[in-house]
Design a binder for this molecule. Sequence first.
Ligand code: SAM
Ligand code: SF4
Length: 470
Amino acid sequence: MNAPRKLHIKSYGCQMNVYDAQRMVDTLARENFVETDNAADADLVILNTCHIREKASEKVYSELGRLREAKEDAAGAGRDMKIVVAGCVAQAEGAEIVRRAPVVDVVVGPQSYHHLPDLLRRAARDGRAIETEFPLQDKFTSLAPPQPAAIRARGITSFVTVQEGCDKFCTFCVVPYTRGAEVSRPVAKIVDDVRRLADNGVREITLIGQNVNAFHGEGPDGKPWPLGKLLHHIAAIQGIARLRYTTSHPCDVDDSLIAAHRDLPALMPYLHLPVQSGSDRILGGMNRKHTVADYHRVIDRFRAVRADMAFSSDFIVGFPGETDQDFAATLALVAQIGYASAYSFKYSPRPGTPAADMQGMIDAATMDQRLAQLQQLIDSQQSAFNAGCIGKTLDVLFEQAGRRAGQLVGRSAYLQPVHVMASPDIVGQVLPVTLTGLERYSFFGDLPAEHAPVAASHRDHASLTATTGA
Ligand code: SAM
Ligand code: SF4
């Protein structure tokens, strides 16, 4: 057998891309590729790109500039380095990528990456291969499942895609164009994936999709199942301690999802539910299909079934036509909801989306000022939420060793990193931790006595590592 070839993959953007990158690695493992951290050393470099904002797209071209030099160095040393651009920039720009960066050998959209082995062969034969179709055949059935060793190496938490694409067509968003129409995977296939992961030590599953709660995959009864029913089914799989799902749309929250939060202790009481703006006028312009009052009603439904529910959101500031009053309404919404954390972005016009042609673009200085103001409010809410956890005892799922000898790090239900001094045996366990201190976004705390072999030293703030940003 030939020596393994080296593969370096760099992913930008959302958790869908992180998941897709792993599936590309699994598929190329069958072709005798092994992963390397060092791009300069690789025989194959894949950039798994994001097109959601202009900055994200432009990063790809700077990276391709650096890779051109690495490819020339490799050629100088008698090695052939192939470069692939995958993901949403590949889908949106297609052949334009090769025109701007002739160093690229393969361009492959997010719905076609199961064809990578063929595309690499085509590029070797013809000099280049480009595929940005939306094939009818199910990508997931053609992808290699991860090997047990790969699952174990990736740790005790894992993403599983249950749904792809989006039919919502928010006027600012490229996703419906780059990822295509909504498609849900059959329940049986998802269950197979989760079982394989659980059998190899995975304890926490995050079900992912661009619009995950629009899930309507075919159940074993031949009928479409909503996400809540899928969650009930997966919660029963041996070994699964925690479930999460992301990203949800407020309009697709149904009774089954509320029931899942009411009934399933494994379903974490922390939800990313983007609202984008607190102004009904702007929500209308965005084609979000819900009002501020609708959003409040949905939040109230979750809180009614789980008092410990916490929320995060995405916000866009400076959407075309956003007035000072519209922005004030966003600040008011944030103040009313009280988020545990949130992401906020300056509006970035995306070619081909309706909002890019709207009147009333907001000037850069106003956008900067609004973003800073919103982020300050969100930061203060996050700090207050975290400060309110000090002194409480929260369940923590332990994931890995910390940077310091004897230190372990895990996550609370709210994804807060929590550091304790303990034996590595507890990796994979959910244990109660009394939170005693906080440094930036990281907590430290005390385990029950039987699990805490080292006394007191976890109060040493210097022991906190920067391994895990919130
Ligand atoms: N499907 C999710 C939803 O409905 O909110 C998230 C989609 S997107 C991958 C993640 C976030 O990027 C969005 O929630 C939005 O806040 C932001 N975003 C998308 N398009 C944008 C644009 N053109 N400019 C600025 N932010 C954008
Ligand atoms: Fe984009 Fe809107 Fe679909 Fe989210 S719901 S992916 S923001 S179009």
